[in-house]
Design a protein. Structure first.
Length: 449
């Protein structure tokens, strides 16, 4: 909690102190930059559990009618075509994929390949002493200061306009850094797909300024996309390849029948030759000769038909081989197009990210973040629901928010706290029911009484 305290002495002292509010809030950011991120702020890659309000995108490969977006309702369910309601709340994305796949297998889709991703997180709420309290869309990598900036800044600050610009500049840098991490992970996945590798070889990005948990989450998402797309391509190729044995057997059968008909033709030719000898002696009957010639014509027609059917089967094999090659070529063309676009976006970031960093430095210098440490400070807490328990974080300036968090910018508290830069971890307390949180603060400690 950024706990900011002022003198209880008269209204004049309070009015002067409030002018330093944004300066002290921003100084906390500098302090947070010098420290490592507090442990436990971001969920593990697979630990995020869906909750009412989350919008998710469901993709069933090869089944566009069963794919689409759905919002987790207040009952914790999503509604899918044909299947109906499926439980989603408290499940991870992987668990929901398995649940949807199992439901589709119950007489609807054979061996479904399901991919689930979050299209839009549930909103966060910013309340208290801000210009515009209310719900706001959650954004990847959103910090506490960025949420306050979206709410118009702290309402009692004379410099809230400048503070809002500085907070937005800081948020832009964070988003660009996360975008760079995401693009690098995506590029590694596309290169692995292009080369036909069995796994993704992620490059070392430990030097980038980003939350390690967020990096792990991005990489895990790319791993899931990689596995899903490989499985979908493999299944389509296998479905085409399974037709080869049937066509080969059909061709072999047709050739065997054609060979038998050829033998019949040879025997019939010998019969015709013998009958023609009898006819010269006047011992042959003309109707019998006609029947023999008719049998010859039937055999010739049957041989021609069998040869035509054999040719059609051989052409079908060629068509299957072409379809398999075209399928793989389309897959490679799509991967190459995505790879070119990813390289282009990375090239743009090499220009925009340094510019954003310089803009942030200019805004922080304009606010004078290195001064005003004796001004009044506001108590800022973040409430986060975990199952049936509410966890309250007394948050540092760089605290990373999660979907559904409630940010409370509280009232001015008495001057019983002093700034000490030795502590880096955000304090937190778990409360249930109406239990009140203890006044603790990250980067701030209460002196012994």
């Amino acid at each position: 909690m950024i706990s900011i305290v002022g003198n209880r002495g008269g209204n004049r002292r309070r009015g002067n102190s409030l002018g330093y509010l944004c300066q002290v809030l921003v100084s906390a950011v500098l302090l947070a930059w010098a420290m490592e991120p507090a442990a436990g702020q971001s969920p593990a890659p697979q630990a995020y559990k869906l909750a009412p309000g989350d919008k998710i995108a469901v993709t069933v490969f090869g089944q566009p009618d069963l794919s689409g977006e759905s919002i987790v309702d207040q009952g914790g369910n999503i509604r899918l075509p044909i299947v109906g309601e499926v439980r989603a709340a408290t499940l991870t994305l992987g668990e929901l994929e398995k649940s949807i796949g199992y439901s589709l297998e119950q007489g609807y889709v054979r061996r479904p390949v399901v991919s689930v991703k979050i299209a839009e997180f549930r909103p966060i709420y910013v309340l208290g002493l801000v210009r515009t309290p209310g719900p706001y869309p959650y954004r990847e990598g959103q910090s506490l200061l960025a949420a306050i900036a979206h709410a118009g800044g702290v309402g009692v600050s004379d410099h809230s306009g400048v503070a809002g610009d500085a907070f937005q500049a800081d948020e832009r840098v964070r988003l660009l850094e996360i975008s760079r991490v995401a693009l690098l992970a995506k590029r590694a996945r596309l290169v692995a797909q292009q080369n036909g590798d069995d796994r993704i070889d992620f490059q070392d990005i430990s030097g980038l300024v980003a939350d390690p948990a967020r990096i792990a989450q991005i990489r895990d998402n790319e791993q899931r996309v990689f596995a899903t797309e490989r499985q979908a391509e493999r299944q389509e190729v296998e479905a085409l390849q399974k037709q080869f044995p049937r066509l080969d057997a059909e061709i072999a059968s047709l050739k065997q029948q054609s060979e038998l008909e050829s033998r019949q033709r040879e025997l019939n030719k010998q019969l015709i030759a013998d009958y023609e000898q009898l006819a010269k002696s006047g011992l042959a009957r003309k109707p019998t000769y006609i029947e023999i010639k008719r049998e010859e014509a039937r055999i010739e027609g049957s041989i021609a038909r069998l040869q035509s059917e054999t040719l059609r089967a051989e052409l079908a094999i060629g068509d299957l081989q072409y379809k398999i090659a075209e399928l793989r070529n389309n897959y490679q063309r799509r991967v190459m197009a995505e790879l070119r676009e990813t390289d282009r976006q990375l090239l743009e970031l090499t220009v925009t990210l340094p510019s954003a960093v310089r803009a942030r430095a200019a805004r922080t210098g304009q606010m004078g973040w290195l001064t005003g440490a004796n001004g009044e400070q506001l108590a800022i807490t973040v409430s986060r629901a975990k199952s049936t328990t509410t966890v309250k974080y007394d948050s540092a300036a760089e605290f990373m928010l999660q979907p559904g968090d409630i940010v409370q910018v509280g009232s001015v508290v008495p001057p019983t706290l002093e700034l000490t830069p030795n502590r880096t971890d955000a304090s937190r307390q778990e409360t249930t029911g109406s239990a009140a949180p203890q006044a603790t603060t990250a980067g701030l400690v209460r002196p012994s009484e």
